[in-house]
Design a protein around this ligand. Structure first.
Ligand SMILES: C[S@@+](CC[C@H](N)C(=O)[O-])C[C@H]1O[C@@H](n2cnc3c(N)ncnc32)[C@H](O)[C@@H]1O
Length: 448
């Protein structure tokens, strides 16, 4: 691991050392000073700007920086008016010894000392301070997202309003797979809230409205987001007790930033915000006080430098139960040409070999991709939802050369406009190119 340490003594040096742990890195730095007979106070060492070698060398457009320490102190080092979006998952202050269920077992809800509550006054001052510091770091059109539950969200809302932010939305994150409530004295807790606010009352903010619409199957995205809780696939490098799902950050980042933007997370934890940011080509600055979590973030960052892992995580992160889908349909060359002239495509229906299988995702079909054995694919928007059943005779009358089945599922598409898409998509999936397959739209068109 490579550690970069900023020294705040009179020379304001920056030193990089190779060391297996942060503590050994610190000892090495102190050794350098002892050699120079300079006495270094603890307060002179601004520990740490921590980078892995990998992130520095290979992430030309996806910087990943974790500052270790208390965000109340380290936020001062972030340049004012430099941040496009902040995502913050602050302590909810609910580590009060209660119980919950995890993997079918009863567990204590305590997350760590950082999550133990204090007096209402302490909680108010805490939130007021970090929200105030964060506001000065945002660009004038910048926005902030803060997650919470009823334990902290009302105080956060009050502070936002006092500090001059303008609240834009309160998103309800509905978990599709909440653990049961053991006490049976309440409704099951299945939601968290995410407030979205902008820096200024009057200055306008960035919102990628069309992208959100696209993610939502073509209709306006609402403020209720159904996203599953964090999955095992995103805990491969270790666990954080309150890790947020990449899928939640995916949506937040796409909604409020563009490629190359900088995202800040003052309570970085396992670095989820940074991982999602880098996977989407955004830069990241995180602040986290616990060494174990800083190291976990760096392991996660290192993992996504591997092309395969990166692709796998991207695909999983983009999975979305509301996303528009594409039906890839093989047609013989002559019929494909005719389909592209008439805007009509067909698939065998009934129980003949290779018939259309109406699977999950069909209800969100928005596009058709025509191909011949995986070759010459063309993407078109469907003109209408659903399909009609035609007889073979009706298709023959339109000039198609159908043979095997008595009736067919017919769809109409807008043949006037072929849509450009990522031609590298492999339609030879499991060799069944003759069976119509459903894919998420994001496999064809990258959502940025
Ligand atoms: C709710 S967790 C964030 C989890 C994160 N969203 C993730 O996906 O891993 C809050 C994190 O903030 C850290 N934290 C708490 N108070 C802090 C402070 N004052 N400065 C910096 N980090 C702090 C905790 O150690 C914890 O890892």
């Amino acid at each position: 691991m490579k550690y970069q340490v900023t020294i705040t003594e009179i020379l304001s040096r920056k030193i990089s050392v190779e060391a297996p742990t942060a503590e050994i890195a610190e000892e090495q730095i102190r050794g350098l000073y002892r050699d120079e007979e300079i006495v270094l106070d603890y307060s002179d060492l601004s520990f740490f700007d921590v980078y892995t070698d990998v992130s520095e060398k290979n992430s030309a457009n996806s910087d990943f920086t974790i500052l270790q320490g208390d965000c109340m102190e380290r936020l001062y080092e972030v340049e004012d008016n430099s941040i496009d979006t902040i995502f913050a998952d602050p302590p909810y202050f609910l580590s009060n010894g209660g119980i919950s269920v995890h993997s079918g077992k009863q567990v204590c809800v305590n997350k760590g000392d950082w999550d133990k509550g204090g007096t209402p006054e302490y909680i108010y001052n805490f939130n007021h301070k970090w929200l105030s510091l964060c506001r000065s770091k945002l660009k004038d059109n910048g926005t902030i997202w803060i997650s919470g539950t009823h334990h902290n969200i009302h105080v956060v809302m009050r502070c936002l309003q006092e500090l001059g932010y303008k609240v834009l939305n309160t998103i309800t994150w509905q978990k599709t797979d909440p653990p049961p409530n053991l006490s049976c004295k309440y409704f099951n807790f299945s939601t968290e809230l995410v407030i979205w606010a902008r820096k200024h009352e009057k200055k306008t903010h960035k919102f990628n409205y069309e992208t959100m619409k696209q993610l939502n199957g073509g209709s306006q995205m609402t403020d209720v987001w159904r996203v599953p809780a964090v999955g095992l696939w995103e805990k491969q490098q270790g666990k954080h007790p309150t890790q947020k799902p990449l899928r939640l950050l995916y949506r937040i980042i796409l909604a409020s930033t563009n490629e190359g933007d900088t995202i800040l997370d003052p309570f970085s934890g396992s670095g989820t915000t940074g991982i999602a940011a880098n996977l989407l080509g955004r830069k990241y600055i995180g602040i986290e006080q616990e060494t174990d979590f800083v190291q976990l973030s760096l392991r996660r960052k290192e993992a996504i430098e591997d092309e395969n892992t990166r692709k796998k995580l991207c695909d999983k992160m983009r999975e979305n139960s509301q996303e528009t889908t594409v039906l890839a349909n093989h047609m013989r060359e002559k019929d494909r040409q005719l389909a592209m002239q008439t805007g009509i495509t067909y698939m065998r229906a009934g129980d003949s070999k290779g018939s259309l299988l109406v699977k999950q995702g069909f209800e969100r079909l928005g596009y058709i991709c025509l191909h011949t054995n995986g070759n010459n694919p063309e993407l078109y928007k469907l003109a209408k939802k659903g399909f009609q059943i035609w007889t073979a005779e009706e298709l023959r009358m339109k000039g198609f050369s159908v043979e095997n089945a008595p009736y067919y599922a017919v769809m109409r598409f807008d043949a006037t406009k072929a849509i450009p898409f990522d031609q590298s998509i492999n339609l030879h999936k499991r060799n069944y190119t003759t069976v119509a397959q459903i894919y998420p739209l994001s496999n064809f068109i990258e959502i940025k």
